[in-house]
Design a binder for this molecule. Structure first.
Ligand code: SAH
Ligand code: SF4
Ligand code: F3S
Length: 469
């Protein structure tokens, strides 16, 4: 999967690739949004490769442009349309030269807007929602016959069963740390959020599929897996022992797979953080001491209006229990400022919660009105200027905490998974157990090695470390 920038304004340097009966079609995939979209793009890419496509790194080289979109905030959704505008120009030029460039829109905007996308941007040939990716090759075939295709159902069959397993070569090319979706969708309906509408109801993938996939990843050299789900800790399934498992039991089983040395998971909801999962953090060296546990606000009034169904005190208590089990755990979170009705006092409660919890990192967002969600119709929408001011204050506090956390790490000895070359050729990039980026000398090991290092100094974008003999 590529993260190259989409540059549709540039003129194609070479003529479109010759078609030989569909055998050498080329696809360019552009991914926005969360890690789940990254994972889905890989799975769609694998399906297209099986269908005779080859993946390419530039729009210019592509016969098919697949955009995997995000609907979480207005800006994310609007980005898609400005891009489609540029692609329309490219497509006209291509078609004038006798080419047949196709454009497919997948992801959460596809699900939320469906047919409307083709109405606003006729350049689009296929609109395909997150639960129908197994139908992508067929949808493209129909589009090639001139149909404009919109697939946004929530079918009964499991899309992952209809998508091919990643070939070993593709897994190796993606590196030693991999994503694995175990749960998808959401039944929580926070009043600001589109995810329950775009991803559908909460569904857990079965244990045998997850174990099979993890084993294939391990065999192809993957050493770290990050389990993905919109509510990953709500995952549950029938275990190998016939009992109902939660994520804690699943992680315990995954940790026994030879080659899987590090396990992470994201994103968790505070209400689904059960004792078995907390115990897994206490017992399993494979489970990394890092937890992304969004709280959104520190004000009980706002939490209630957001339908989070927990209080600030309950969250802080939960954090204490987790830290009692795993004292060195690094906490991260998500925050929304300027939710409808948020007063200065409510915002101060959020600042207070952040001071109390002390985060290693966190994501902060201005509330963005999402049509169709209850928050959109609430009274007391907050002025943009107020949101901007609160966001800056909160970000400032969190940046201070992130820097303090980095400084506290200096002198610590940790295991580092070497993931890829650093920016300089004589450096390698890895991640600490707490997910911090760490730069080391390239002579220290090979990609895929887990090396023991001492953190020597905090840098601007990460930490530096040296080998411990
Ligand atoms: N399932 C995850 C969150 C997925 S969305 C969870 O429940 O924690 C990722 C983050 O985007 C959310 O945690 C929230 O902080 C932010 N977000 C979601 N909707 C938003 C909106 N309408 N405006 C601003 N931020 C939003
Ligand atoms: Fe959205 Fe809330 Fe579900 Fe997270 S738990 S995906 S924020 S509705
Ligand atoms: Fe965005 Fe959909 Fe992920 S809205 S954050 S791509 S679940």
């Amino acid at each position: 999967m590529t993260h190259a920038t989409l540059t549709p304004d540039a003129k194609p340097e070479t003529a479109p690739a010759a078609q030989d009966g569909g055998q050498s079609r080329k696809v360019f995939v552009k991914t926005y949004g969360c890690q789940m979209n990254v994972y889905d793009s890989e799975r769609m890419g694998d399906a297209l490769v099986r269908d005779g496509y080859q993946t390419v790194d530039t729009v210019e080289a592509a016969d098919l442009i697949l955009i995997n979109t995000c609907h979480i905030r207005e800006k994310a959704a609007e980005k898609v349309y400005s891009q489609l505008g540029r692609l329309a120009k490219l497509k006209r030029e291509r078609n004038a030269e006798g080419g047949d460039l196709m454009v497919a829109v997948a992801g959460c905007v596809a699900q939320a807007e469906g047919q409307e996308i083709i109405r606003r941007a006729p350049v689009v040939d296929v609109v395909i929602g997150p639960q129908t990716y197994h139908r992508l090759p067929e949808a493209l075939a129909r589009a090639r016959n001139g149909e404009s295709v919109v697939e946004t159902e929530f079918p009964a069959e499991d899309k992952f069963d209809g998508l091919p397993n990643a070939p070993e070569k593709a897994i190796r090319a993606r590196g030693v740390a991999a994503f694995l979706t175990v749960q998808e969708g959401c039944d929580k309906f926070c009043t600001f959020c589109v995810v329950p509408y775009t991803r559908g109801a909460e569904v857990s993938r079965p244990v045998d599929r997850i174990l099979g996939e993890a084993e294939r990843l391990a065999e192809a050299g993957v050493r770290e897996i990050t389990l993905l789900g919109q509510n990953v800790n709500a995952w549950h399934g029938k275990g190998a022992d016939g009992r109902e498992w939660g994520l804690g039991e699943l992680v315990r089983r995954l940790a026994t797979i030879k080659g899987i040395d590090r396990i992470r998971y994201t994103t968790s909801h505070p209400r689904d953080m059960d004792d078995a999962l907390i115990a897994a953090h206490r017992d399993l060296p494979e489970l990394m001491p890092y937890l992304h546990l969004p709280v959104q606000s520190g004000s009980d009034r706002i939490l209630k209006a957001m339908n989070r169904r927990h209080t600030a005190a309950e969250y802080v208590k939960l954090v204490e229990r987790i830290r009692a089990a795993r004292p060195d755990i690094a906490l991260s979170g998500d925050f929304i400022v300027g939710f409808p009705g948020e007063t200065d006092a409510d915002f101060e409660d959020t600042m207070q919660l952040v001071r109390e919890v002390r985060y290693a990192s966190a994501f902060t967002f201005k509330y963005s009105i999402r049509p169709g969600t209850p928050g959109a119709d609430m009274e007391g929408q907050v002025d943009e200027a107020v949101k901007t001011e609160r966001l800056a204050q909160l970000q400032d506090l969190i940046n201070q905490q992130t820097r303090a956390f980095g400084r506290e790490c200096v002198g610590k000895v940790v295991d580092l998974l070497l993931e890829k070359p650093g920016r300089n050729t004589d450096q390698l990039f890895g991640r600490s157990p707490w997910l911090q980026p760490v730069i080391v000398d390239a002579k220290l090991g090979e990609i895929g090695d887990i090396v023991r290092v001492r953190i020597t100094q905090p840098g601007t974008t990460g930490l530096y470390a040296e080998l411990v003999e």
